[in-house]
Ligand binder design. Structure first.
Ligand SMILES: [Zn+2]
Length: 71
């Protein structure tokens, strides 16, 4: 993967850290591209998510099986 295609992380000083896009699937099963951006540095975990047209910055990361039920 060529990291130069991604924007640098704004929140940590790691030169190699970039924000990578993640995608999700919407309620109708349609792909939602670039819904979230997450820093590649494990010590940083900086993230931006788009939900309902709003940007949510640096939310705590929820791992694995602890997904909240759909609202
Ligand atoms: Zn970072």
């Amino acid at each position: 993967m060529d990291n130069k295609n991604f924007p640098p992380c704004l929140d940590c000083d790691d030169e190699d850290a970039v924000l990578v896009p993640l995608s999700d699937f919407g309620g109708q099963g349609a792909a939602v591209h670039y819904k979230a951006w997450v820093c590649t540095s494990p010590e940083c975990d900086y993230n931006i998510k788009i939900r309902n047209g709003e940007i949510h910055e640096n939310e705590p990361i929820i791992q694995g099986n602890t997904r909240r039920p759909r609202q």
